[in-house]
Ligand binder design. Sequence first.
Ligand code: NHR
Ligand code: GAR
Length: 208
Amino acid sequence: MKRLVVLISGRGSNLRALVQACAAECWPAAVVAVIADRPQAEGLAFAREQGIAAEVVDARACASRAAFDAALADAVDAHAPDLVLLAGFMRILADDFVRRYEGRMLNVHPSLLPAFPGLHPHRRALEAGCKIAGATVHFVTPTLDHGPIVIQAAVPVRADDTEATLAARVLEREHVIYPRAVRWAVEGRLRWRDGVVDHVDGAEQGLL
Ligand code: NHR
Ligand code: GAR
């Protein structure tokens, strides 16, 4: 049974999609803990309802980024995870933290990376006049939002889109691709070579 630890900052809809897929598809895995960097993160309540350990490492209570990263690493390590999953986690992690879980940490980002890494990707996609947007699941590496891509899904951008309507359309696809990527990782179906991740059986990694 693979042990999954999910890091969140807010609503936790991707967390919910992961927990539901894990149960519905009987993955040989379980979400053993959810850790938030903010006590107000709404996803913590869902975790508790599910009987999953829900913890807070409060970034604002830590004296420095290094102190936060050290406290977070202790909290994560206490659950001996096979995989660490960032799901709407909003704090940049230092190199040491990332290296500790390299090859075992995934993130879902709401853009078609390498376009629009970092904050406000939907706003920036609209400002750039993009006609296609989407979401990406990638392995986390020290360079923000630049790790090897596991799966991507595209959505159309409509002329009347706002940041909120585009974000909602992208989020629906996040809820499809993130569970799929984690399932592949749990099953050991991903191969990472020369900065590129392939599915060993050639499963579709680009959804249109
Ligand atoms: N850390 C590393 N080293 N590499 C990545 O690829 C990471 C990461 C930490 C988080 C998620 C990411 C995203 O999907 C992620 C990927 C936070 C910020 C950010 O600027 C940017 C990207 C991501 C997460 N955070 C501000 C900070 O100073 C805080 C912003 C806020 O609190 O609203 O940490 O987009
Ligand atoms: C999602 O769209 C996720 O891709 C994004 O925040 C949202 C979280 O929603 N992540 C980032 O922007 C990371 N910087 P959720 O809490 O409902 O899963």
